[in-house]
Design a protein around this ligand. Structure first.
Ligand code: HPA
Length: 278
């Protein structure tokens, strides 16, 4: 017999999350993951080192997880790391699924769906980004206070809806926490491009006029889906290079790794601060 409660519970789960996400959750519970998480962290390109801050870690390569795609970008180890950060139950995604790698929207947002499936109190999204703002330097950490979507493929989004995304209040909190843990931050608007190619100089000029401070190829699908599902989120960019035309340096992926290496301790301090509070 189906009770009313059973039906409504099933409906709300089915409405919120795809079946394959619930299967992944069951697999991870079998591997020793907790029922409920305090924080979920998505580690951007080159920022996977944060995984070493997680104590009592259970590390599972993406390749061992049913229904999980493989991340192909250099600088991503492609593993889930679950354990404790200063006593908080934390799940980190080392390696993400970019739209530009050919993944569809629902694959790109698997980390958000898993955060929801484990009832995570919060989501912290990080990325490597190119600096558009002329006051930014390589190695700056930018708290994302707003986003601009350029060429966002709306057809690829899983569900239509009129939910809104306002990152400003969270950005205030993130900056306060950064100050309290002694980490300097910039603040700005993240301009999302689909990629996979870097921008032209003229595009970056146009993006600056539009109000973009940093440009990148991730994070926005995740933030949009988190807003739809009501998962509280904060987002940080590490400026790994000057965007096209800002300097005469050629863009390549090696500088992403260099900047991340240079800033890994401050990034870890900030993420730890965010896991504790916001
Ligand atoms: N453009 C787009 N994405 C990026 C960049 C950039 O300059 N740097 C890191 N990710």
């Amino acid at each position: 017999m189906t009770t009313e409660l059973d039906t409504s519970q099933k409906q709300s789960k089915a409405m919120a999350l795809p079946e394959y996400i619930l299967e992944i959750r069951d697999f991870l519970l079998d591997q020793g993951f907790p029922e409920k998480l305090d924080a979920t962290v998505i580690l951007g390109s080159g920022l996977g080192d944060f995984g070493s801050q997680i104590e009592d870690a259970i590390t599972i390569p993406y390749g061992h997880i049913p229904n999980f795609p493989q991340s192909t970008v250099q600088g991503h180890s492609g593993a889930l790391i679950c354990g404790h950060v200063d006593g908080k139950k934390t799940l980190a995604f080392s390696g993400r699924f970019h739209f530009y790698e050919g993944y569809d929207f629902s694959t790109t947002v698997i980390p958000v769906h898993l955060a929801k499936a484990f009832d995570s109190e919060k989501l912290i999204v990080s990325n490597a980004a190119g600096g558009i703002n002329l006051d930014f330097r390589v190695g700056d950490l930018m708290v994302i206070e707003d986003i601009i979507r350029q060429n966002f493929d709306l057809k690829a989004a899983p569900s239509k809806g009129l939910w809104s995304l306002d990152l400003n209040p969270i950005a205030d909190q993130v900056q306060n926490i950064a100050t309290s843990v002694g980490v300097n931050t910039k603040r700005g608007t993240y301009l999302y491009v689909k990629g996979p190619n870097y921008e032209t100089k003229a595009e970056i000029k146009a993006f600056r006029i539009m109000g973009g401070d940093a440009v990148g190829m991730s994070t926005v699908p995740e933030l949009m889906e988190a807003a739809r599902l009501g998962v509280k989120s904060a987002a940080i960019s590490l400026i790994t290079n000057a965007a096209a035309g800002v300097t005469d340096q050629k863009l390549d992926h090696a500088e992403v790794k260099e900047a991340a290496e240079m800033k890994k301790n401050e990034f870890a301090q900030l993420v730890k601060g965010l896991i504790q509070a916001f």
